[in-house]
Design a protein around this ligand. Structure first.
Ligand SMILES: Cc1cc2nc3c(=O)[nH]c(=O)nc-3n(C[C@H](O)[C@H](O)[C@H](O)COP(=O)(O)OP(=O)(O)OC[C@H]3O[C@@H](n4cnc5c(N)ncnc54)[C@H](O)[C@@H]3O)c2cc1C
Length: 331
């Protein structure tokens, strides 16, 4: 139990939650940021870290992972409390203070809450091949935090979407050898990336799936793949397997917090207030009443700024909503 009462607790460290964290710091709010993932950045960090983004204000183009780096640096300058790897499972009010409980059983107390949970908590679709679960973290990976772990390794990549293809292209000069297996002959990835993949040194095996994964107990050493048309099997010597077969995003417990929800959106007014006083929303999860729904980073930024400044006046009624111009603030 964390007994400190925070001014604002932000659920979700995607672009909206990170920018909100910065703004709350600027407004001198005692701020906590919680995310179910082990890393900040939300969809940008998990789904397309190696892609360029062209519609973020201030950049004609920026690599997604560089944007996350900048957002984190900006957000963390006011030293918020950051809790990663915990999914908020319940939210209720007790004696005027919100109590949030996570899947680790931790309680977090806060005067106001901003839900910036995007499309919900992510979990990667798991490889169902025999032995894959035994080698998770021992050569079988679902995320790439640092591609240098594949240096001079024989890598098997599983999948045909943007993540699989982008990682194959990104790691091809780091790994000793890459084999990419995809169960169909049609890719979901961007056409240009697929064309580049086909010209590269990556061995692409279409209509192939993974049957089993094995190793010496401590690390993976082999994978058996099979042609799903002829059922012919091939054994590959591998040092690592990167599985990119999609993610599931699930609003999950958020649906039970008493918020007004329509589909995947939490209803809010133009001040980003929900039906529960003191609970605000921003980003992809927000469904502003009568607003146009645009699930974009820029929209999330604006909603985050609105939500935090309205929350500031809720927590401290002597404060104005308008924060003043940051360019005129002394650092
Ligand atoms: C492939 C792809 C390309 C894109 N390209 C662009 C682009 O070029 N330009 C653009 O503007 N937008 C783009 N987008 C959309 C953009 O990424 C989203 O609009 C943006 O990420 C939304 O940010 P967010 O902070 O609202 O939510 P998210 O990025 O979804 O972050 C939400 C965070 O909340 C966490 N969370 C959820 N539930 C809980 C819980 N109960 N407890 C704790 N944590 C929780 C999640 O783990 C996640 O980290 C793209 C999206 C995709 C999928």
């Amino acid at each position: 139990m964390s007994s400190d009462v925070y001014d604002l607790t932000i659920i979700g460290a995607g672009p909206s939650g990170l920018f909100a964290t910065f703004y709350a710091g600027l407004r001198q709010m005692k701020t906590k940021l919680i995310d179910a993932l082990e890393q900040p950045g939300g969809q940008v960090a998990v789904l397309y870290p190696e892609k360029y983004i062209y519609d973020v204000p201030g950049y004609s183009k920026i690599l997604a992972k560089e944007l996350v780096k900048g957002l984190v640096e900006q957000a963390f300058q006011y030293k918020p409390t950051v809790v990663l790897g915990e999914r908020v499972t319940s939210l209720r009010k007790n004696d005027g203070v919100f109590e949030l409980v996570t899947d680790r059983g931790t309680k977090h107390l806060s005067k106001a809450v901003l839900v910036a949970a995007g499309v919900g908590a992510f979990s990667p679709n798991k490889l169902e091949a025999q032995g894959a679960a035994d080698y998770e973290g021992k050569g079988v990976y679902y995320f790439v935090k640092d591609k240098s772990i594949f240096k001079d390794k024989s890598l098997l990549i599983v999948g045909g979407g943007d993540s699989a293809v982008d990682w194959a292209l990104n790691i091809k000069d780091t790994a000793k050898k890459i084999t990419l297996v995809h169960r169909r002959d049609v890719f979901r990835a961007h056409e240009g990336s697929v064309a580049e993949l086909m010209k590269s040194n990556v061995e692409v095996k279409l209509f192939y799936e993974v049957k089993s994964v094995s190793g010496d107990g401590a690390k993976v050493t082999q994978a058996v793949i099979f042609d799903n048309r002829s059922k012919a099997e091939t054994t590959l010597d591998v040092d690592a397997i990167l599985v990119n077969i999609g993610f599931r995003a699930d609003l999950g417990p958020i649906k039970d917090w008493g918020l007004q929800i329509d589909g995947r959106e939490i209803r809010a007014n133009g001040r980003m207030e929900t039906n529960i006083p003191g609970v605000y929303v921003a980003g992809d999860i927000a469904g502003p009443h009568d607003g146009v729904k645009l699930n974009l980073i820029a929209t999330g930024y604006a909603q985050a700024a609105l939500a935090v400044n309205v929350a500031k006046a809720f927590v401290d009624p002597n404060s104005k909503i308008f924060p003043g111009h940051s360019s005129e603030m002394k650092k």
